[in-house]
Each structure stands twice: as structure tokens, then as C-alpha cells.
Ligand binder design. Structure first.
Ligand code: COA
Ligand code: NAP
Length: 275
């Protein structure tokens, strides 16, 4: 195989939870192109099968693998990781990125709607990390959580996501302390608005709105999956061996001010038009 990445993951085992579409699938494919064996997991078996086919195309010599589970179901997560461990052995890099999002004002959001996002993003992440922890290679195994700007920037129509992703980043910081003595690193990546993704399409559901968001980014463009994958390849590697507990925005500078204003505008438009 001709390796296309600057960082070599040949022979390393990478697991991407929520790795069957969008940003996380892009991350999974870039790890495969860098030589890794990659396992992906999400709820839909069809999406898992399609993602594994793409991984095989990206790195035909790799051992790629898929399991389906819902991160809210601890027994299913444990079974899934058991299968991954049997196929792979120890995990070098775990990416935890399963998430759910929809725009809704707090006044119109049911308690169950709030709970469903908390259960996927926060409890689900905890269940994934806790289950994977004994399977991480020591001392250099490491974990990358996929967070969101909502973790630190208040955004209208996103109370559920803001609360859940803030918890995700605090898990990153807390576990960096608890697991650091075993050599296990854990960091969060905070993607900005990323084109051609379910998450961004749900919040800015037209080309005009997405262009409006791009204008609010200091680098004057929305991101692409490759931007996030590049950061993941760096954080997962030995080049980042002294970096843990970090929450890293990869957002063209959006979190410096544009994010809050842009989301308030989108919220105003959504409430006027119902979109
Ligand atoms: N506005 C308000 N409430 C909503 C909603 C919306 N657009 N979509 C779902 N909900 C509420 C439901 O009404 C329900 O609450 P209720 O029982 O009080 O009516 C609750 O959320 C759970 O909905 P349900 O469809 O049963 O959840 P699910 O577990 O099947 O799916 C979601 C979880 C809702 C997060 C779904 O959007 C999902 O699967 N998302 C994954 C993909 C995604 O969001 N990608 C972007 C990642 S950033
Ligand atoms: P996406 O394509 O919908 O990706 C979400 C992934 O998680 C899918 O593989 C989905 O597959 C899986 N998933 C969802 N619920 C799950 C559950 N309960 N159990 C197991 N897997 C589940 O969305 P995306 O927009 O690329 O977002 C990916 C990540 O980036 C998320 O963590 C999101 O918060 C973050 N992010 C995105 C943006 C953006 O602009 N898109 C910005 C900031 C942060 P199944 O449906 O098969 O379960």
C-alpha cells in the first residue's frame, strides 16, 4: 500500500465510535490511509457495512472491522468492544464521536428530547470510554473525543447539546488526570462548522445559511472532514505525546466570536420561518 499520510499508523489498532458517517467516517478513513487497522461502530448495521467497505478500499491490506451498537446500551457497548478486542487485541487510538443533535428551543424541547441527547453524547461517551479503558494499550494508547463549540459557547436552540458536550469536555479533563499515570492520553477536538455533514445540515439547512456561517468564520470558509481528521492524526500520534486533557478547537477561529453571533442569527431565522 502507498501510504498517503505524513504520520505512519502502520499496524496500529484504531477504533472510531460513531465512525460510519460524516466527520467520524472521514477520520476513520484517514487513519486507514495512514496504515492503521480500523474498527467502526454505530447503530445501523447497513452504515457499519458501508463504512467497512470504504475502509477496505482506502487500505486493502488492513484488518478492518465493524460492530453495531447503541452507545446508550451499556451491555451492547461491552459486547461490541469484546468483539473488537477478539479481532484486534489492544487499542492504540480510540475516537469517541457518536452524537445526536436537532435544533429546538428549551421551551419546546421535551424532557425526553433533552435526555436523548444527554444519553447519546454524555452518558454514551462515558460508557464507551469506561468500556474501552481496560483494552487501551499502555503506556501509549490514547483517546480523542469529538466535542462541539456548544461545549463552551452558549447557543440558542442548543441547550441539550450545550449541556451534553460541556460534560464531554469535562470528562476529557478529568480522565486525563485519572488515567495519565498509566500513560493514557485523552483530548477533545472541537470541530467548527463542517460542510456536507448531518450535524451542520441540521443547524443550517440551506446553502445560503451555510454561506452566512462561513462569513462568520475568521478564515472565511466552513471546514471539511479532512481538517478534523488531520488534527486527529496528530493528537493520536507520538508527535502529541506530551499533550493530554486539551480541548482543541479546529474551527478556522469560529469560537473566537463568530460562532455565538452566527447561531443567534440562525435561531432568529428558524423561529421566524419554522426552518
Ligand atoms: N425537535 C424537538 N424534539 C425532538 C426532535 C426535534 N427536531 N427530534 C427528536 N426530538 C425528541 C422526540 O420528540 C423525543 O421526545 P418525546 O418522546 O418527548 O416526543 C425525543 O427527542 C427522542 O426522540 P427519538 O426519535 O425517539 O430518538 P432516537 O433515540 O430515535 O434518536 C435523535 C435520537 C433524536 C438525537 C436523532 O436525531 C438521531 O438519531 N440523531 C443521530 C444523527 C445526528 O443527530 N447527527 C448529528 C450529530 S451532531
Ligand atoms: P453524523 O454523520 O450524524 O455522525 C454521527 C455518528 O454517530 C454516525 O455514525 C451515527 O451512526 C452515530 N450515532 C448516532 N447516535 C448513535 C448512538 N446512539 N449509538 C451509536 N452511534 C450513534 O454527524 P456529524 O455531523 O458528522 O457529527 C460527528 C461528530 O462531530 C459529532 O460528535 C458532532 O457532535 C461533532 N460535530 C459536528 C459538527 C458539524 O459541523 N457537523 C460540528 C461540531 C461538532 P448511526 O446513525 O448508525 O448510529
Amino acid at each position: 500500500m502507498q501510504q498517503t499520510s505524513l504520520i505512519n499508523y502502520q499496524g496500529q489498532n484504531v477504533v472510531v465510535v460513531g465512525g460510519t458517517s460524516g466527520i467520524n467516517l472521514c477520520i476513520a478513513i484517514e487513519f486507514a490511509k495512514a496504515g492503521a487497522n480500523v474498527a467502526v461502530a454505530s447503530r445501523s448495521q447497513d452504515k457499519v457495512d458501508a463504512a467497512v467497505a470504504q475502509l477496505k478500499q482506502a487500505h486493502p491490506e488492513g484488518l478492518h472491522f465493524g460492530v453495531s451498537f447503541d452507545v446508550r446500551d451499556l451491555a451492547a457497548v461491552e459486547q461490541g468492544f469484546d468483539n473488537i478486542a477478539k479481532a484486534f487485541g489492544l487499542i492504540d487510538v480510540l475516537v469517541s464521536g457518536a452524537a445526536g443533535n436537532f435544533p429546538a428551543t428549551a421551551a419546546k424541547l421535551s424532557a425526553n428530547g433533552f435526555k436523548s441527547v444527554m444519553d447519546i453524547d454524555l452518558l454514551g461517551s462515558f460508557q464507551v470510554l469506561k468500556t474501552a479503558y481496560p483494552l487501551m494499550r499502555r503506556p501509549q494508547g490514547n483517546i480523542i473525543q469529538i466535542s462541539a463549540p456548544q461545549a463552551s459557547i452558549a447557543m440558542p436552540m442548543q441547550a441539550h447539546v450545550c449541556a451534553a458536550k460541556a460534560g464531554v469536555d469535562m470528562l476529557t479533563r478529568t480522565l486525563a488526570i485519572e488515567w495519565g499515570c498509566e500513560g493514557i492520553r485523552i483530548n477533545s477536538i472541537v470541530p467548527g462548522p463542517i460542510s456536507d455533514t448531518e450535524g451542520f445540515n441540521r443547524l443550517a439547512p440551506s446553502e445560503a445559511l451555510q454561506q452566512q456561517v462561513a462569513n462568520s468564520v475568521p478564515l472565511k470558509r466552513n471546514g471539511v472532514g479532512q481538517d478534523i481528521a488531520n488534527a486527529a492524526l496528530f493528537l493520536g500520534s507520538q508527535y502529541a505525546s506530551y499533550i493530554t486533557g486539551v480541548v482543541l478547537p479546529v474551527d478556522g477561529g469560529w469560537s473566537l466570536g463568530g460562532a455565538s453571533a452566527a447561531m443567534t442569527t440562525l435561531s432568529d431565522i428558524a423561529q421566524k420561518t419554522g426552518h
